[in-house]
Design a protein around this ligand. Structure first.
Ligand SMILES: [Zn+2]
Length: 62
């Protein structure tokens, strides 16, 4: 039972590490590329969440 729990945590950590987020500046990151605050942006960059730096999560698409 404990083994399964640890494995589950490991897998979710891996998934989290591979999560891609979208950024246009150094302030916010977006979970969804379809976020309405990104509609007018033309320089959206997809980065790994590991590289988000000090950006905070966008409240619109979170
Ligand atoms: Zn957003």
């Amino acid at each position: 039972m404990k083994k399964i729990l640890v494995l589950g945590l490991l897998i979710s950590n891996l998934l989290w590490a591979n999560q891609m987020v979208y950024v246009v500046n150094s302030k916010k990151y977006h979970i969804s590329k379809e976020c309405r605050t990104l509609k007018k942006a033309n320089n959206i960059k997809a980065i790994s969440i590991e590289n988000k730096g000090s950006r905070t999560a966008c409240k619109v698409c979170l």
